[in-house]
Write a protein that binds this ligand. Structure first.
Ligand SMILES: *[C@@H]1O[C@H](CO)[C@@H](O)[C@H](O)[C@H]1NC(C)=O
Length: 533
């Protein structure tokens, strides 16, 4: 018994020791090394959240520090803390360069990472990167490690830094004198670490004793695997490095950031980012899957408004003016009249049909221009209205909904004007029949029905356009093409077909409206929101 007790006691003692050692190790690890990123404004908040989630997904327990500037909201701060980030407020370092892109006003702030002397080593990651495989081995890298990119220059999107008071002070003293080819921090670092292009490549798989016995180099180059930018993927439509070994994806392609809904439809690698995004915890109410409570409300509103508009206009133009019985009766008249929309008993109609409307020659050209302008305005307005960081499908559906609504409103208004124009022309030409107004007045009721007749042709054009508009962007998916340039090429082809169809439709519809206005010159047409129906 005693022996067993002793053995248990020894075991417990061992466990106690080892657990203490484990805790100590984790603690010392988490206080000595950290992942760091920067947040200048709420626009990149989702990027930082996804980055954090991706780091934790690789099993890392190290500190994650986000340096936030004044422009970041309290909501963003709370959310990041709830996600497990250590939030440190910093003031912006002003950019000493006079000639620089406007968005670079605070980028020198990145240099403050060199001042994080609380940590022995930090791995800095831009907010538009994502970690796809553990990068803990980066902490074994030397004093300063980064990637070569853009020819012989280093990229500051992923860096391993040994914070140092000395280096930081030295940098600050040179900020105004050293040139920066970008007008930002990256250019400065390239000047500061002159000769970086000749640095040796960091080999993470070296035995530890080799790593420890060598003289720590001033700078080391990282493999592309640690900073694989999307441009690298786009060129060949595949990662030009071993995809299984990929560690960090950097979404660098200019304004194409992965949190904007449309990039998901252009760049395949954004799928990786979106997959992490949808698994974001609901650390604050309503924020699961990278949702933003305000955006959610706006999206619902945006979804409903066009639908409501459509229902109202349909009600006004089709249901209010006549009953189902009228529909049928009119169809009957139409068949009896052999497709000619006229009540044979109405004298004014017969008089009018003698008179051929003279459609202005330039009407078609104007209509095509108006139609294209309306398309551009609709697309632009929709892009502005829709919140940028919604899910890709939500964004696409809203885009279709709003573009079509705005297009119909605009081109419909134009058609109405053309209709009025036709009327005016007819009235000018037919002033000699001023006495016929009394007759028209009698037949007004019959005409009232006729003019609200749903224009089948317009509806067909609308449907055809909707079909083509959906088909054109979907073509690459139908043929399974993922290469960016081929994809864009196919979309352009689809777009051209759509454009020629729209040219035809715009011309045809406007001439129809003009002719109708001409024929119905003395009638009163009630204005409705949806002029096409
Ligand atoms: C650098 O860090 C030190 C100590 O953490 C701090 O007192 C100092 O204000 C920092 N310098 C700048 C320019 O942020």
């Amino acid at each position: 018994m005693k022996e067993i007790d002793f053995r248990y006691g020894f075991l417990f003692f061992l466990m106690f020791l080892s657990s203490n050692w484990v805790i100590g190790a984790i603690k010392s690890q988490s206080t000595e090394e950290a992942y760091v990123t920067l947040l200048y404004g709420d626009e990149f908040l989702l990027g930082v959240r996804v980055l954090g989630k991706s780091i934790r997904n690789t099993g890392s327990t190290k500190d994650m520090v986000v340096l936030v500037s004044d422009g970041v909201s309290q909501y963003a701060n709370d959310l990041l803390r709830a996600d497990g980030w250590i939030v440190e407020k910093i003031s912006l370092l002003s950019n000493p360069n006079q000639v620089r892109p406007k968005r670079f006003w605070g980028v020198y702030t990145k240099l403050k990472v060199f001042n994080m002397t609380k940590y022995k080593k930090v791995v800095y990651l831009d907010a538009d990167t994502i970690v796809v495989k553990s990068i803990e081995d980066l902490f074994k890298c030397g004093k300063f490690c980064a990637n070569l990119k853009h020819s012989e220059r280093l990229n500051s999107g992923v860096m391993v830094i040994e914070p140092s008071d000395e280096v930081f002070k030295d940098m600050m003293s040179k900020v105004t004198t050293l040139p920066s080819y970008t007008g930002g921090d990256q250019g400065f670092l390239n000047s500061y670490y002159a000769g970086f292009a000749n640095a040796r490549v960091y080999e993470p798989n070296q035995p530890l004793d080799v790593l420890n016995s060598r003289k720590v180099p001033e700078m080391e180059r990282l493999s592309t695997l640690y900073n694989a930018d999307v441009g690298l993927y786009m060129l060949a439509n595949k990662w030009m490095v071993d995809e299984k070994e990929l560690r960090v994806i950097h979404y660098t392609l200019g304004p194409l950031k992965p949190w904007d809904w449309w990039t998901s439809w252009l760049l395949k690698p954004v799928d990786v980012w979106q997959n992490v995004r949808v698994r974001l915890q609901e650390s604050l109410p309503g924020t699961g899957g990278g949702k933003n409570p305000r955006d959610e409300l706006l999206v619902k509103f945006l979804f409903l408004v066009p639908l409501l508009l459509m229902v109202i206009s349909y009600y006004k133009s089709c249901l209010q003016t006549r009953s189902l019985f009228d529909h049928i009766r009119q169809l009957y008249y139409k068949i009896r009249a052999g497709g000619v929309l006229a009540y044979s008993s109405v004298p004014s109609s017969t008089i009018l049909s003698d008179q051929q409307p003279k459609v202005p020659a330039f009407l078609g050209g104007i209509s095509v221009c108006v139609c294209f302008a309306a398309v551009l305005v609709s697309l632009g307005l929709s892009l502005v209205i829709i919140p940028r960081q919604v899910m890709p499908w939500t964004g696409l559906l809203l885009m279709y909904e709003w573009t079509f609504t705005l297009l119909f409103l605009q081109f419909g208004s134009y058609l109405y004007l053309v209709y009025q124009w036709g009327k005016a022309v007819a009235n000018q030409a037919g002033q000699f029949r001023a006495d016929s107004t009394s007759l028209d007045h009698e037949s007004g009721k019959g005409h009232q029905r006729q003019q609200s007749y749903c224009d089948i042709a317009a509806c067909y054009y609308g449907l055809g356009m909707a079909f083509l508009a959906i088909l054109a962007p979907a073509l690459p998916s139908i043929f399974g093409i993922t290469a960016l340039f081929l994809r864009l090429g196919l979309m352009v082809v689809g777009g051209l077909v759509l454009l020629s169809f729209m040219t035809y439709a715009a011309e045809h519809l406007s001439i129809r409206s003009f002719t109708r206005g001409f024929e119905e010159k003395d009638m009163h047409r009630s204005r409705s929101i949806c002029f096409l129906c």
